[in-house]
Design a protein around this ligand. Structure first.
Ligand code: SF4
Ligand code: FES
Length: 248
């Protein structure tokens, strides 16, 4: 396959960026999108040029590191997969592919296609934990009965890998889907109820402090999320927030 890549190049957070065109040949359908970029980078290095910087780690859809905007869609044209799971057979010979970083004020560009998503870490640190007694009298988690539906919903919320596609897809750069998944995975379980009030207030406060926008119920986040995180989590977080704010 012969392709034309249009890639966002930016030296650092302070420098202006621009799209640069890279023709590439010999791309196989079985290559992953990141392997295709590896091939491009090898060619750039051989020519003495600066390779394209992009985030990746596990390359199997688990870590949430890969984060490319491909032809205007976070993680590209396929559904329920991350960029590292996208294969070049999704494209055709002669295609032009536009590759950009996830764009949001709270995700500043570090270099080229790599953005700083530490704002997500700070939201997690604000409340994404539970306190348990680890003194030797720890209660076995399996000894606490939890109804099947709540366990399933909590498990589904916990599938969020913190990739940031929801923010990139949202016209408001809202982090509500991410934050609500992190609130929900605890709100649905008895272990998470102990700190439920402070958790939702603190995580939402941190989300706002980081400069993420508000949710206006468009639903682009749910469509682009590689883990199928449901908008129901946002509704649950809003209810949790209202209850906590009323208590406070
Ligand atoms: S909610 Fe989905 S899109 Fe957003 S960070 Fe989690 S896994 Fe990624
Ligand atoms: S590199 Fe880990 S999810 Fe893509």
């Amino acid at each position: 396959m012969k392709l034309l890549l249009k890639i966002w190049r930016q030296k650092d957070a302070k420098s202006p960026g621009k799209m640069v065109e890279y023709p590439i040949d010999g791309v196989e359908g079985d290559m992953s999108f990141l392997e295709m970029l590896d091939v491009l980078n090898m060619q750039l290095v051989e020519k003495g040029e600066d390779p394209v910087v992009f985030d990746h780690d596990c390359r199997e859809g688990i870590c949430g590191s890969c984060s490319l905007m491909i032809n205007g869609e976070p993680h590209g044209p396929d559904r329920l997969i991350t960029t590292c799971q996208l294969h070049m057979r999704k494209f055709s010979d002669g295609d032009t592919i536009v590759i950009e970083p996830f764009r949001a004020t709270a995700f500043p560009v570090i270099k080229d296609l790599m953005v700083d998503r530490s704002s997500f870490d700070r939201i997690q640190q604000a409340g994404g934990y539970i306190s348990v007694n680890t003194s030797g009298n720890t209660v076995d988690a399996n000894a606490i009965p939890i109804e099947k539906e709540a366990a399933d919903d909590a498990f589904n919320a916990a599938a969020c890998i913190g990739c940031g596609a929801c923010v990139a897809a949202c016209k408001n750069a809202s982090a509500m889907l991410f934050t609500s998944a992190k609130v929900s995975q605890f709100a649905l379980l008895p272990q998470g109820r102990v700190e439920a009030t402070e958790r939702v207030l603190n995580m939402v406060r941190q989300m706002d402090l980081e400069g993420f926008g508000n949710c206006t119920n468009t639903g682009a986040c749910e469509i682009e999320c590689p883990k199928g995180i449901s908008l129901e989590n946002i509704a649950r977080m809003n209810r949790e927030y209202l209850m906590a704010a009323t208590k406070g």
